[in-house]
Design a protein around this ligand. Structure first.
Ligand SMILES: [Ca+2]
Ligand SMILES: [Ca+2]
Length: 169
């Protein structure tokens, strides 16, 4: 009888753990898929300044429109990049006009977001802008005080170097 009792315990344990995991997977399936949104700064003098570009799930990089672009929004970009706080939120394609899609418009960060992708906006790809309105950011960790575009966007090796410097310091 003891043996029967323990096998009963064992199988009920199996049964309930199966129930638990099926519920677990069922509910995680119901949660909408979160996109992985990355942000980078392009065409500035270093990693911590430049035109803001975003992409979702390793897709094509696109730009951010300067409508409603302000310090609050720029702060979130700088923080996500590990570049401190924003010392400037620039507009009108200050760091040169981008190309490709314009992904974000009317960005409204409240300042508590850890990721730029969490900020409120008009919706991915929904905009009424052109690349003459590309938004830019200058962060406090930027090593150069001047902001004249320094490198062509194609020099990825140089940018990688800056990235390394930025992370080691
Ligand atoms: Ca804003
Ligand atoms: Ca707009």
């Amino acid at each position: 009888h003891k043996c029967l009792f323990f096998s009963f315990l064992f199988f009920s344990f199996l049964f309930f753990s199966f129930l638990f995991f099926s519920f677990f997977f069922f509910f995680t399936d119901l949660v909408p898929t979160r996109y992985r949104t990355e942000v980078r700064l392009v065409n500035g003098r270093d990693y911590c300044q430049g035109r803001v570009e975003v992409r979702r799930d390793y897709g094509q990089w696109g730009t951010v429109c300067d409508d409603s672009w302000d310090q609050m929004d720029a702060n979130v970009v700088c923080r996500e990049l590990g570049c401190g706080i924003a010392t400037g939120a620039v507009s009108g394609a200050y760091f040169g006009a981008g190309y490709g899609p314009i992904y974000l418009d009317e960005v409204q960060c409240n300042g508590n977001e850890y990721y730029f992708g969490d900020c409120a906006n008009a919706g991915w790809g929904n905009h009424n802008c052109n690349h003459g309105e590309d938004a830019g950011v200058i962060c406090s960790a930027s090593v150069s005080t001047t902001t004249v575009p320094y490198w062509p966007t194609t020099s990825t090796t140089l940018r990688k170097k800056v990235l390394e410097i930025c992370f080691t310091c």
